[in-house]
Design a protein around this ligand. Structure first.
Ligand code: GLU
Length: 553
């Protein structure tokens, strides 16, 4: 009885060898220093901001080096996969303009010669390598039941020993080939375990691109490689896939650091070249009570990538924010190069935080405000059309109907040296400019300032409309507001007013507030002159007539 007999019994239909796959998936022909990296999510139907950050960097580094970025779907854990989970991931990447060079393009379409890129379609490949490992005495079948494993654990606990399937506790490692052969022949269930020759008392080094040199004990656990249903576990699939897809850089979450010694061991046992590893820190959040915790899929709506799409926060702004938490020098670089994009920035693994990055939605919104303020009116208009077409058809119809008018509104205090920073998202624009459209304007309340007396308000408004309404140019408009102020006994000069407040009924600020509130129902708005010019005399007249009615009630 030989290992080969056992391997043939376990995999009678496998006729290929690792060599066949080495030939099928040749080394990539890329320039020196080109990075091949991948995004390898499980199709859980939900992309977390932490994964998006990983994807963003995994896509950026190949772009900087003329390499390849590909998408692989890790669906070997059937329990975690959901229907349409793959499409959800593709849509999220698409929404964030993260383009893949290769891999899964849709549920039924793949691009590239290193596939299949969906793990459940790669069974034949895993089988071939599992057979090879059995044949070469690098792995063995294990028949231990749950009860036997529990028993091993309790002995180890009692003896205060390390928990795990290793050394003398790795019972099936010591079975004779004949016994293993017969038990399989008899239809007994088994898993395939690694035959580890690691020594726990020796050290193995992991060179991490983010964290530098890390030291671990060698792995001596005969870890499971293939489950009893014939499906590989992550460790096995990762090593085979990343080797055959010729990945140079593995970017993944820090939860995988502790299993890296197993991966290095497998790479060596199979004679594969070891890729570079970058373990990225978790994305954290500080709770109101000050505790730091992982940004959670369950508790934090902002953890889901879809949140930003639904809120209409521009993709570019989210990416800028993610870059600020990815690389500590990015923000300063961006401040110095406001006209450049992420593509111009050279990403550096060494500038990543090792203790996890803090996710701060307020800061993200602030970056978004800055970003939107620097767009042209055409760009904001087009972003607004895109968002409303999906989420607010009423507003969409209005802004399409009044295209030029809407662009003029969006242009208020824009395209100037210090543009106004009003909007952090497309979803909040309507609530800030609704008063510019009669279709949307039906105020339920007015935020009057210091002047609240009905007669005084009507006197200000009527005098203005009768004698001083003029929107021909800003100087004229303001001159007239000042004249109105003086004639009604208010101070048009703020300095005079501050020096002698008792000489006046109020100031020009109070008068402008009355005009502003009467016309827009709000006491803070952008430039009132432009608002009035755009609305025009007729609409303003109607609104003032309405005030008279409301105040009379
Ligand atoms: N499927 C693994 C996960 O979702 C990917 C880890 C990796 O990138 O290798 O955690």
């Amino acid at each position: 009885m030989t290992n080969r007999d056992l391997a043939n019994l376990m995999y009678p239909n496998v006729t290929k060898t690792p060599d066949d796959y080495e030939k099928k998936y040749p080394d990539r022909n890329l320039p020196e220093g080109a990075v091949v990296s991948r995004f390898a999510p499980s199709p859980t139907g939900f992309v977390h901001m932490g994964s998006l950050l990983t994807a963003l960097i995994a896509a950026k580094v190949p772009k900087d080096t003329k390499g390849v970025f590909y998408l692989r779907i890790e669906d070997t854990d059937g329990k975690r996969s959901i229907e349409n989970g793959i499409q959800g991931i593709i849509d999220d990447l698409d929404n964030f303009d993260i383009t893949i060079d290769e891999g899964v393009v849709s549920e039924s379409l793949e691009k590239g010669i290193y596939g299949p890129y969906i793990q459940t379609k790669r069974k034949e490949i895993y089988d071939t390598y599992a057979k090879y490992m059995i044949e070469n005495d690098l792995a063995y079948p294990c028949f231990c039941s749950e009860e036997e494993l529990d028993e091993i654990r309790s002995i180890q606990e009692k003896n205060k020993e390390r928990i795990g399937y290793y050394g003398k506790y790795a019972r099936c490692r010591h079975l004779s080939m004949e016994e293993a052969y017969d038990r399989i022949k008899n239809g007994e269930k088994y898993v395939i375990r690694l035959k580890s020759h690691g020594d726990f008392n020796k050290k193995v080094e992991v060179n991490d691109l983010v964290r530098g040199k890390l030291e671990f004990p060698e792995n001596d656990i005969d870890t499971i490689l293939i489950k009893s249903d014939g499906i590989p576990v992550y460790h096995f699939a990762h090593v085979i896939d990343d080797h055959l897809m010729r990945t140079t850089h593995i970017l993944r979450g820090e939860e995988w650091i502790s299993s890296t010694p197993i991966h290095l061991q497998l790479f060596r046992m199979l004679g594969f070249k070891i890729p570079k590893y970058a373990h990225l820190g978790l994305v954290m959040k500080v709770d109101e009570d000050g505790t730091r915790r992982k940004l959670s899929k369950r508790k934090d709506p902002e953890a889901a990538v879809s949140y930003y799409h639904e809120k209409g926060i521009p993709v570019e702004a989210v990416k800028l924010y993610l870059m600020t938490i990815a690389n500590s020098n990015f923000e300063e670089w961006l401040n110095q190069n406001p006209d450049k994009t992420i593509d111009d920035f050279k990403f550096d693994f060494k500038k990543m935080s090792t203790s996890g990055s803090l996710f701060d939605i307020e800061k993200l919104l602030n970056i978004s405000k800055n970003y939107i303020s620097r767009l042209t009116k055409e760009e904001v208009y087009s972003g607004l059309c895109e968002w409303t077409s999906e989420f607010d058809s009423e507003f969409y119809n209005i802004i399409v109907n009044y295209k030029d008018y809407t662009m003029d509104i969006l242009n208020i205090e824009r395209e100037q040296k210090k543009p106004r920073k009003d909007y952090a998202s497309y979803s909040e624009i309507k609530s800030q400019i609704f008063y510019m459209y009669d279709e949307l304007y039906s105020p339920t309340g007015y935020e009057w300032g210091s002047i609240t007396d009905r007669k005084e308000i009507m006197n200000i408004l009527n005098t203005y409309m009768d004698k001083y309404f003029d929107v021909s140019c800003k100087e004229e408009w303001f001159d007239n507001v000042r004249k109105l102020t003086d004639i009604l006994g208010y101070a048009s000069n703020m300095k005079d007013y501050k020096n002698n407040p008792n000489n006046y009924k109020g100031s020009v600020a109070d008068i402008s507030t009355v005009l502003r509130v009467a016309i827009t129902s709000k006491c803070t708005t952008p430039d009132l002159y432009v608002i009035m010019k755009l609305l025009g005399k007729e609409k303003i007249k109607k609104r003032i007539a309405n005030i008279e009615k409301i105040l009379a009630d």
